[in-house]
Design a protein around this ligand. Structure first.
Ligand SMILES: C[S@@+](CC[C@H](N)C(=O)[O-])C[C@H]1O[C@@H](n2cnc3c(N)ncnc32)[C@H](O)[C@@H]1O
Length: 290
Protein backbone atom coordinates (compact mmCIF):
# COMPACT_ATOMS: atom_id res chain seq x y z
CA UNK A 1 0.00 0.00 0.00
CA UNK A 2 1.32 3.48 -0.82
CA UNK A 3 2.09 5.92 1.96
CA UNK A 4 -0.04 9.05 2.22
CA UNK A 5 -0.70 11.88 4.61
CA UNK A 6 -4.09 12.83 6.03
CA UNK A 7 -4.20 15.64 3.51
CA UNK A 8 -3.94 13.21 0.63
CA UNK A 9 -0.81 15.00 -0.60
CA UNK A 10 2.28 12.85 -0.40
CA UNK A 11 4.34 16.00 -0.14
CA UNK A 12 3.40 18.40 2.71
CA UNK A 13 4.74 21.30 0.61
CA UNK A 14 2.17 20.49 -2.06
CA UNK A 15 -0.61 20.61 0.54
CA UNK A 16 0.68 23.96 1.77
CA UNK A 17 0.79 25.24 -1.79
CA UNK A 18 -2.86 24.30 -2.24
CA UNK A 19 -3.82 26.22 0.87
CA UNK A 20 -1.69 29.26 0.07
CA UNK A 21 -3.04 29.42 -3.45
CA UNK A 22 -6.34 30.61 -2.07
CA UNK A 23 -7.45 33.71 -0.20
CA UNK A 24 -8.64 33.44 3.40
CA UNK A 25 -12.20 32.37 4.16
CA UNK A 26 -13.07 35.68 5.76
CA UNK A 27 -12.44 37.49 2.46
CA UNK A 28 -14.58 35.26 0.35
CA UNK A 29 -17.17 33.33 2.33
CA UNK A 30 -20.72 33.88 1.05
CA UNK A 31 -23.10 34.97 3.82
CA UNK A 32 -26.01 32.66 2.97
CA UNK A 33 -24.47 29.23 3.55
CA UNK A 34 -25.47 26.81 6.31
CA UNK A 35 -22.29 26.29 8.33
CA UNK A 36 -23.86 23.49 10.35
CA UNK A 37 -24.49 21.25 7.37
CA UNK A 38 -21.50 19.57 5.74
CA UNK A 39 -21.14 20.07 2.00
CA UNK A 40 -19.70 17.54 -0.46
CA UNK A 41 -17.44 20.22 -1.96
CA UNK A 42 -15.93 21.26 1.39
CA UNK A 43 -15.59 17.68 2.72
CA UNK A 44 -13.70 16.84 -0.47
CA UNK A 45 -11.54 19.93 0.03
CA UNK A 46 -10.64 18.61 3.49
CA UNK A 47 -9.71 15.18 2.11
CA UNK A 48 -7.37 16.92 -0.33
CA UNK A 49 -5.70 19.02 2.38
CA UNK A 50 -7.42 22.32 1.52
CA UNK A 51 -8.39 25.01 4.02
CA UNK A 52 -11.85 25.88 2.71
CA UNK A 53 -13.96 23.81 5.04
CA UNK A 54 -15.81 24.36 8.29
CA UNK A 55 -16.22 22.41 11.56
CA UNK A 56 -19.22 20.43 10.28
CA UNK A 57 -17.27 19.41 7.15
CA UNK A 58 -14.17 18.43 9.13
CA UNK A 59 -16.21 16.40 11.61
CA UNK A 60 -17.88 14.45 8.81
CA UNK A 61 -14.62 13.97 6.91
CA UNK A 62 -12.78 12.73 10.04
CA UNK A 63 -15.59 10.28 10.71
CA UNK A 64 -15.36 9.01 7.14
CA UNK A 65 -11.55 8.69 7.35
CA UNK A 66 -11.88 6.75 10.63
CA UNK A 67 -14.14 4.29 8.83
CA UNK A 68 -12.07 4.30 5.68
CA UNK A 69 -8.44 5.47 6.13
CA UNK A 70 -7.64 5.28 2.41
CA UNK A 71 -10.18 7.99 1.52
CA UNK A 72 -7.63 10.80 1.01
CA UNK A 73 -5.61 8.49 -1.23
CA UNK A 74 -8.73 7.67 -3.24
CA UNK A 75 -9.48 11.39 -3.73
CA UNK A 76 -5.87 11.96 -4.75
CA UNK A 77 -6.18 9.16 -7.33
CA UNK A 78 -9.33 10.86 -8.62
CA UNK A 79 -7.48 14.16 -9.09
CA UNK A 80 -4.64 12.31 -10.82
CA UNK A 81 -7.18 10.78 -13.22
CA UNK A 82 -8.64 14.23 -13.89
CA UNK A 83 -5.21 15.58 -14.83
CA UNK A 84 -4.45 12.60 -17.11
CA UNK A 85 -7.87 12.99 -18.73
CA UNK A 86 -7.30 16.69 -19.47
CA UNK A 87 -3.91 15.91 -21.03
CA UNK A 88 -5.54 13.15 -23.10
CA UNK A 89 -8.23 15.54 -24.39
CA UNK A 90 -5.72 18.24 -25.34
CA UNK A 91 -3.45 15.67 -27.01
CA UNK A 92 -6.53 14.53 -28.97
CA UNK A 93 -7.10 18.08 -30.23
CA UNK A 94 -9.80 19.24 -27.78
CA UNK A 95 -8.92 22.46 -25.94
CA UNK A 96 -12.28 23.61 -24.54
CA UNK A 97 -13.62 22.22 -21.29
CA UNK A 98 -16.92 22.37 -19.43
CA UNK A 99 -16.03 21.18 -15.92
CA UNK A 100 -19.29 20.21 -14.19
CA UNK A 101 -19.10 19.90 -10.39
CA UNK A 102 -15.64 21.45 -10.47
CA UNK A 103 -15.37 21.84 -6.68
CA UNK A 104 -13.11 24.08 -4.62
CA UNK A 105 -9.94 24.85 -6.61
CA UNK A 106 -6.87 22.83 -5.68
CA UNK A 107 -3.45 22.19 -7.16
CA UNK A 108 -3.63 21.07 -10.80
CA UNK A 109 -6.93 22.65 -11.84
CA UNK A 110 -8.27 21.90 -15.29
CA UNK A 111 -7.15 25.22 -16.82
CA UNK A 112 -3.63 24.87 -15.40
CA UNK A 113 -3.19 21.35 -16.77
CA UNK A 114 -4.80 22.18 -20.12
CA UNK A 115 -2.77 25.37 -20.61
CA UNK A 116 0.49 23.58 -19.92
CA UNK A 117 -0.27 21.70 -23.14
CA UNK A 118 -2.19 24.40 -25.03
CA UNK A 119 -2.00 28.04 -23.90
CA UNK A 120 -5.27 28.81 -25.72
CA UNK A 121 -7.32 26.28 -23.74
CA UNK A 122 -10.66 27.56 -22.44
CA UNK A 123 -12.41 26.30 -19.33
CA UNK A 124 -15.84 26.93 -17.82
CA UNK A 125 -16.10 25.80 -14.20
CA UNK A 126 -19.58 24.95 -12.87
CA UNK A 127 -20.60 24.10 -9.33
CA UNK A 128 -23.74 24.15 -7.21
CA UNK A 129 -21.82 24.98 -4.03
CA UNK A 130 -21.51 28.74 -3.35
CA UNK A 131 -18.18 28.34 -1.51
CA UNK A 132 -16.66 26.46 -4.45
CA UNK A 133 -17.92 29.14 -6.84
CA UNK A 134 -16.66 32.03 -4.72
CA UNK A 135 -13.17 30.57 -4.36
CA UNK A 136 -13.01 29.68 -8.04
CA UNK A 137 -13.96 33.25 -9.02
CA UNK A 138 -11.45 34.76 -6.66
CA UNK A 139 -8.62 32.59 -7.99
CA UNK A 140 -9.42 33.08 -11.66
CA UNK A 141 -10.02 36.82 -11.40
CA UNK A 142 -10.53 38.35 -14.82
CA UNK A 143 -8.79 35.60 -16.79
CA UNK A 144 -10.50 35.98 -20.20
CA UNK A 145 -10.26 32.28 -21.09
CA UNK A 146 -11.98 30.92 -17.97
CA UNK A 147 -15.35 31.53 -16.37
CA UNK A 148 -17.20 30.24 -13.33
CA UNK A 149 -20.92 29.49 -13.21
CA UNK A 150 -23.03 28.87 -10.13
CA UNK A 151 -25.50 26.32 -11.51
CA UNK A 152 -27.04 22.90 -11.17
CA UNK A 153 -25.61 20.51 -13.76
CA UNK A 154 -28.92 18.64 -13.77
CA UNK A 155 -30.35 21.41 -15.96
CA UNK A 156 -28.23 21.30 -19.13
CA UNK A 157 -30.97 23.22 -20.96
CA UNK A 158 -30.44 26.23 -18.68
CA UNK A 159 -26.70 25.91 -18.19
CA UNK A 160 -25.84 25.68 -21.88
CA UNK A 161 -27.59 29.00 -22.50
CA UNK A 162 -25.68 30.90 -19.83
CA UNK A 163 -23.56 33.70 -21.33
CA UNK A 164 -20.53 32.53 -19.30
CA UNK A 165 -20.77 29.28 -21.30
CA UNK A 166 -21.81 30.53 -24.74
CA UNK A 167 -19.29 33.39 -24.59
CA UNK A 168 -16.34 31.06 -24.05
CA UNK A 169 -17.11 27.64 -25.54
CA UNK A 170 -17.86 26.95 -29.18
CA UNK A 171 -20.13 23.90 -29.30
CA UNK A 172 -19.79 23.63 -33.07
CA UNK A 173 -16.26 22.33 -32.33
CA UNK A 174 -15.43 19.33 -30.08
CA UNK A 175 -15.54 20.07 -26.37
CA UNK A 176 -14.66 18.02 -23.29
CA UNK A 177 -17.51 17.78 -20.78
CA UNK A 178 -16.04 16.76 -17.42
CA UNK A 179 -18.20 14.95 -14.87
CA UNK A 180 -15.46 13.95 -12.47
CA UNK A 181 -16.61 12.63 -9.09
CA UNK A 182 -19.98 14.32 -9.47
CA UNK A 183 -22.44 11.94 -11.17
CA UNK A 184 -22.76 9.98 -7.93
CA UNK A 185 -24.46 13.10 -6.55
CA UNK A 186 -27.19 12.73 -9.19
CA UNK A 187 -29.71 10.17 -7.91
CA UNK A 188 -31.60 7.80 -10.20
CA UNK A 189 -34.75 9.86 -9.50
CA UNK A 190 -33.10 12.78 -11.34
CA UNK A 191 -32.48 10.59 -14.40
CA UNK A 192 -28.70 10.91 -14.91
CA UNK A 193 -29.01 9.34 -18.39
CA UNK A 194 -31.32 12.17 -19.48
CA UNK A 195 -28.99 14.75 -17.92
CA UNK A 196 -26.03 13.33 -19.87
CA UNK A 197 -28.15 13.22 -23.04
CA UNK A 198 -28.83 16.95 -22.60
CA UNK A 199 -25.09 17.62 -22.93
CA UNK A 200 -24.45 14.91 -25.52
CA UNK A 201 -26.98 16.43 -27.93
CA UNK A 202 -25.19 19.78 -27.72
CA UNK A 203 -21.72 18.28 -28.24
CA UNK A 204 -20.09 18.12 -31.70
CA UNK A 205 -18.91 14.69 -32.93
CA UNK A 206 -15.42 14.00 -31.58
CA UNK A 207 -16.26 15.63 -28.23
CA UNK A 208 -15.34 13.84 -25.01
CA UNK A 209 -17.29 12.98 -21.89
CA UNK A 210 -14.88 12.47 -18.98
CA UNK A 211 -16.37 10.59 -16.02
CA UNK A 212 -15.27 9.25 -12.68
CA UNK A 213 -17.80 7.69 -10.35
CA UNK A 214 -17.92 6.12 -6.87
CA UNK A 215 -18.79 2.44 -6.88
CA UNK A 216 -19.78 -0.09 -4.24
CA UNK A 217 -17.96 -2.76 -6.22
CA UNK A 218 -14.66 -3.67 -4.62
CA UNK A 219 -15.52 -2.67 -1.02
CA UNK A 220 -19.33 -2.93 -0.67
CA UNK A 221 -19.59 -2.67 3.14
CA UNK A 222 -17.43 0.45 3.40
CA UNK A 223 -19.09 2.01 0.37
CA UNK A 224 -22.47 1.54 2.03
CA UNK A 225 -21.32 3.22 5.28
CA UNK A 226 -19.82 6.06 3.27
CA UNK A 227 -23.03 6.54 1.33
CA UNK A 228 -24.96 6.72 4.64
CA UNK A 229 -22.67 9.48 5.87
CA UNK A 230 -23.41 11.64 2.82
CA UNK A 231 -27.10 11.64 3.76
CA UNK A 232 -26.10 14.57 6.00
CA UNK A 233 -25.27 16.74 3.02
CA UNK A 234 -27.55 18.48 0.52
CA UNK A 235 -26.22 16.09 -2.16
CA UNK A 236 -26.57 12.45 -0.96
CA UNK A 237 -24.56 9.84 -2.87
CA UNK A 238 -25.63 7.07 -5.24
CA UNK A 239 -22.89 4.52 -5.84
CA UNK A 240 -23.13 2.72 -9.19
CA UNK A 241 -21.76 -0.48 -10.67
CA UNK A 242 -19.47 -0.73 -13.68
CA UNK A 243 -22.43 -1.93 -15.78
CA UNK A 244 -24.53 1.07 -14.68
CA UNK A 245 -21.73 3.50 -15.55
CA UNK A 246 -21.22 1.79 -18.90
CA UNK A 247 -24.95 2.25 -19.61
CA UNK A 248 -24.69 5.97 -18.79
CA UNK A 249 -22.09 6.29 -21.56
CA UNK A 250 -24.68 5.39 -24.17
CA UNK A 251 -24.07 7.31 -27.41
CA UNK A 252 -20.33 7.55 -26.76
CA UNK A 253 -17.52 5.22 -27.86
CA UNK A 254 -15.62 4.41 -24.69
CA UNK A 255 -11.91 4.90 -25.38
CA UNK A 256 -9.34 2.34 -24.20
CA UNK A 257 -8.98 0.96 -21.58
CA UNK A 258 -12.76 1.23 -21.02
CA UNK A 259 -14.48 1.64 -17.65
CA UNK A 260 -11.76 0.84 -15.09
CA UNK A 261 -10.71 1.59 -11.51
CA UNK A 262 -9.17 5.07 -11.25
CA UNK A 263 -5.46 4.14 -11.23
CA UNK A 264 -5.90 1.85 -14.22
CA UNK A 265 -6.98 4.62 -16.61
CA UNK A 266 -3.79 5.18 -18.63
CA UNK A 267 -1.38 5.62 -15.67
CA UNK A 268 1.56 7.82 -16.60
CA UNK A 269 4.03 6.52 -14.03
CA UNK A 270 4.60 3.42 -11.93
CA UNK A 271 3.80 5.56 -8.91
CA UNK A 272 0.17 5.76 -10.06
CA UNK A 273 -0.25 2.01 -10.38
CA UNK A 274 -1.47 -0.03 -7.41
CA UNK A 275 -1.56 -3.79 -7.00
CA UNK A 276 -5.10 -3.55 -5.59
CA UNK A 277 -6.90 -1.01 -7.79
CA UNK A 278 -10.28 -2.18 -6.43
CA UNK A 279 -9.34 -0.46 -3.14
CA UNK A 280 -9.94 2.84 -4.94
CA UNK A 281 -13.68 2.17 -5.33
CA UNK A 282 -13.85 4.80 -8.05
CA UNK A 283 -14.39 4.03 -11.72
CA UNK A 284 -13.05 6.15 -14.56
CA UNK A 285 -13.89 6.36 -18.25
CA UNK A 286 -13.76 8.67 -21.25
CA UNK A 287 -16.34 8.48 -24.02
CA UNK A 288 -15.99 10.03 -27.47
CA UNK A 289 -19.17 11.26 -29.12
CA UNK A 290 -19.89 9.43 -32.33
C1 LIG B 1 -16.30 15.42 -4.97
S1 LIG B 1 -16.36 17.04 -5.65
C2 LIG B 1 -15.48 16.80 -7.18
C3 LIG B 1 -14.71 18.01 -7.60
C4 LIG B 1 -13.90 17.83 -8.90
N1 LIG B 1 -14.76 17.51 -10.03
C5 LIG B 1 -12.87 16.73 -8.73
O1 LIG B 1 -13.14 15.60 -9.17
O2 LIG B 1 -11.83 16.95 -8.12
C6 LIG B 1 -18.07 17.10 -6.25
C7 LIG B 1 -18.51 18.51 -6.60
O3 LIG B 1 -19.74 18.41 -7.32
C8 LIG B 1 -20.57 19.47 -6.89
N2 LIG B 1 -21.97 19.11 -7.22
C9 LIG B 1 -22.74 18.15 -6.66
N3 LIG B 1 -23.96 18.12 -7.23
C10 LIG B 1 -23.95 19.09 -8.20
C11 LIG B 1 -24.91 19.56 -9.14
N4 LIG B 1 -26.13 19.03 -9.20
N5 LIG B 1 -24.57 20.57 -9.99
C12 LIG B 1 -23.33 21.13 -9.93
N6 LIG B 1 -22.37 20.73 -9.04
C13 LIG B 1 -22.68 19.72 -8.20
C14 LIG B 1 -20.28 19.58 -5.41
O4 LIG B 1 -20.65 20.85 -4.91
C15 LIG B 1 -18.77 19.37 -5.39
O5 LIG B 1 -18.07 20.57 -5.51
Amino acid sequence: MRAFTRSGYRDPDQAREARNAMPSESNTMPSDIDLNRPSAARVYDYYLGGAHNFASDREMAERAIEMWPELPLIMQANRAFLRRAVRFCVASGVNQFLDLGSGIPTVGNVHEVARAADPDARVVYVDIDPVAVTHSRSILGDDPRTSVVHADLRRPDLLLQRPEVTGLLDFSRPVAVMMVAVLHFVPDADDPAAVIAGYREAMAPGSFLVVSHATHEGQPRRADEHQQLYQRTATPMTMRSRAELQALLDGFDVVDPGVVYLPLWRPESLDEVDEHPERFTGLAAIGRKR
